[in-house]
Design a protein around this ligand. Structure first.
Ligand code: ADP
Ligand code: GLC
Length: 472
């Protein structure tokens, strides 16, 4: 079966969060299962582009509203990532360093989707499935079925949408409808939600199958999906939950080149201590104290706004017998408050504002606990990396966190769970973490060895997607 994944991110080409990790791994595992999975994404100007060899596979032209644009498609020559990787360039729109955050993101991603449809439309043999990820690629199923330029050849190809996060929908007002290539006006309802063009909603309506990245989030979307609840309720027959995996080859503490010391489920005590020591030296923290980390986008969904208060309260309440290290970027106000906190609590708290893949690996390896108080977490990969690196996850019971982390108070529990995204629940959980670290050493060690052996690899999930394509 030939599958083409269309997405805005793919690690290591361009990654802003978990979407990049998934698109960088799932196709590789699908190929290992004997299918032919490919990825097409925009050609941002990232390091990966300049460090690798490419060949031109297609050049074409299309319209964005009245504006003609020229596009090209290049392919990475060596199959470096374990799948065919194609990048689409549209001069003036996609040739930027960052993935998102521009005022013309709507135009950028529509042009990308038009180019992808136009390119696939010219393949001699069409793919068996088009797999779209999130709203940036959500107009493709509509274009394939209802735009005059594409529908004859693409209209019959089964399509799948994976919702990585329903909070983001890419909606725009009807004034932008001229950007979409001419379509059958009778079908304009298939673009619409709440009197706006909504790419995520449109994809849910137009695709053959919808998946999301955990079973709990599948349930939650019917009650909390940023306005799309009724749509998910109505379309529940074609929706299913497939929990993300992790790329065990890339995320392996025994071989990870980004660590100061490699370790496995037998040698983790010594190995983790060494990584922790290096982190503590670098960030001016005491390696004897339990180290709690937070890694991620500093946004409301992740409850990052609670961190400054929760961290200072925890340090006060526990008389400084704990250290915190935060890695992230996002909301400038949260960034500013965390930055200030490091002067107030020097020696107990530090923060790296920015994005660092290498530091994230060191943190998964060197921290004792990973805090995720997320308000919304469709799957969450951080806790899966933490488990693999023997770091006890402290999570709010929601979405994928609920499906992957059990509480140490329960049988064979591997983490700490709490119910509310609140300062009180976080500080209380910090107390439980300290108790585990200081007074229940044997249990703490057993948990770490046990969690490292849990299999969260992609093999199972990759197979489930293939089964799903067969039914699409
Ligand atoms: P989301 O996609 O919602 O941000 P996930 O838990 O699915 O959350 O995935 C987040 C991914 O991004 C993980 O691989 C995590 O390590 C990484 N990440 C997030 N913020 C940073 C950062 N500032 N530096 C390095 N890696 C980060
Ligand atoms: C989204 C979600 C996150 C999930 C990731 C990969 O960014 O916020 O929970 O793990 O996508 O599916």
């Amino acid at each position: 079966m030939e599958i083409i994944h269309v997405a805005a991110e793919c690690y290591p080409v361009a990654k802003a969060g978990g979407l990049g990790d998934v698109v960088g791994a799932l196709p590789k595992y699908q190929n290992q299962l004997g299918e032919v999975a490919k990825v097409v994404m925009p050609m941002y100007r990232t390091k990966f582009l300049y460090d690798n060899e490419w060949e031109l596979v297609h050049e074409g032209g299309q319209y964005l509203g009245p504006q003609f644009f020229h596009y090209s498609v290049i392919r990475e020559k060596t199959n470096k990532l374990g799948f065919d990787l194609f990048l689409v360039d549209v001069n003036g729109l996609l040739d930027r360093e960052k993935i998102y955050g521009y005022s013309d993101d709507t135009e950028r991603f529509i042009a990308f989707q038009v180019a992808v449809c136009d390119w696939i439309n010219q393949w001699t043999s069409l793919p068996d499935v088009i797999h779209c990820h999130d709203h940036h690629t959500g107009l493709i199923p509509f274009m394939a079925r209802y735009c005059y330029a594409f529908r004859d050849r693409l209209g019959g190809i089964p399509s799948v949408l994976t919702v990585h996060n329903a909070q983001y929908q890419g909606d725009m007002d009807w004034g932008k409808s001229y950007l979409i290539p001419a379509y059958d006006e009778w079908k304009s309802g298939m673009l619409e939600w709440n009197n706006r063009i909504n790419p995520l909603a449109s994809a849910v309506k137009c695709v053959s199958k919808v998946t999301t990245v955990s079973n709990s989030y599948l349930e939650e979307m019917r009650h909390a999906a940023n306005g799309l609840e009724n749509l998910f309720e109505y379309e529940k027959g074609k929706c299913s939950g497939i929990l993300n995996g992790i790329d065990n080859q890339l995320w392996d503490p025994a071989t990870d080149p980004m660590l100061a010391k490699n370790f496995d489920a037998e040698t983790f005590e010594k190995g983790k201590r060494k990584n922790k020591k290096q982190l503590c030296e670098q960030f001016g923290l005491d390696p004897e104290k339990p180290l709690i980390t937070f890694i991620g986008r500093l946004v409301g969904e992740k409850a990052a706004d609670l961190l400054p208060e929760a961290i200072s309260q925890s340090i006060y309440q526990h008389h400084g017998h704990v250290s915190f290290l935060v890695l992230g970027s996002g909301d400038p106000e949260v960034e500013g408050r965390l930055d200030q906190l490091k002067y107030q609590f020097g020696g107990y708290f530090n923060v790296y504002i920015g994005y660092s893949e290498a530091l994230s690996h060191m943190l998964y390896a060197g921290a004792d606990f990973l805090l995720m108080p997320s308000r919304v977490e469709p799957c969450g990969l951080n806790q899966l990396y933490a488990l693999r690196y023997g770091t006890v996850p402290m999570v709010r019971s929601t979405g994928g966190l609920k499906d992957t982390v059990t509480d140490f108070g329960d049988w064979q529990g591997i983490g700490i769970r709490f119910n509310e995204a609140s300062v009180w629940d976080i500080t209380y959980s910090v107390g439980r973490a300290l108790d585990l670290y200081n007074n229940k050493k044997d249990l703490f060690n057993w948990m770490r060895g046990f969690m490292m052996k849990i299999d969260h690899s992609w093999e199972n999930a990759a197979e489930r997607y293939i089964q799903l394509y067969r039914t699409a």
